[in-house]
Ligand binder design. Sequence first.
Ligand code: ADP
Ligand code: MG
Length: 260
Amino acid sequence: MAVIISIANEKGGVAKTTTALSLGAALVETGLKVLLIDLDAQANLTLALGIEPGKVQRSAGNILLESAQPSRISRETGIPGLDIIPANNEMTYTERYLPSRPGYEMVLRKALQDPELDYDYILIDCPPFLGAVTLDALTASNLLIMPTQAEFFSVYALRNMMTLIRRVRAQTNPHLTYRLLITLFDRRNRVHRTLAEQLHTTFSGGLLETVIETDTKLRESPIAGLPIIYHSPKTRSAIQYRALAQEIIEYVKETSAEPA
Ligand code: ADP
Ligand code: MG
């Protein structure tokens, strides 16, 4: 069974998509097989891999609304070992119509039991709001990674995330765990340093050790249609996303060793 990780935060622009892509590529680099799922109608993850969303006929939306089999919709990317279930703009309807399906929270969880899916990790890039689609992703996941900036509004937005996590644990997925990931960090910025310390105090074990710093190369890599690991293998963020992959691999080892 694949380890399923959602990457979500109500806030836009906190590096959810960048993290899905870069972490996915870093896991693949270690020899693992990874499936990315783009659940955002803006289809940024799809685009970042050089796939034109306007040409995507069948998307993650077909899984959520019509119970299409994920293995029929996934496609290869230019990177061996990295596949994607793409998004397209029609997925704005997915958010609207998904709640009218009975048991809609469980649709993705059930779909990902597809025996033809042969992956070590499935990474789900969520839309920037906490609606039905995000609820489905969290219900299907073992782990939620919440990228967050060390900025006041981002830290404030975590309250709603924590409320959603409690709701998911109570109603649809008692085993959901979460980890916060500090992104877009500028160590010269005093506000960043102060808020990062506060996050450490408030969340302690809930914070990932790896911190992703700002790196202009990350803004260039989507233009090339390549994850940062391949676009600029030695740049700071490539090294940090590799460290993140190692931390996640260790985390999964430790948690799966615990008795159920
Ligand atoms: P989200 O999916 O949360 O909306 P994105 O991953 O699209 O966020 O990132 C928002 C913007 O910030 C993008 O232009 C992306 O290239 C840029 N970005 C992400 N991470 C970094 C970073 N560590 N350094 C510099 N720019 C970054
Ligand atoms: Mg995004």
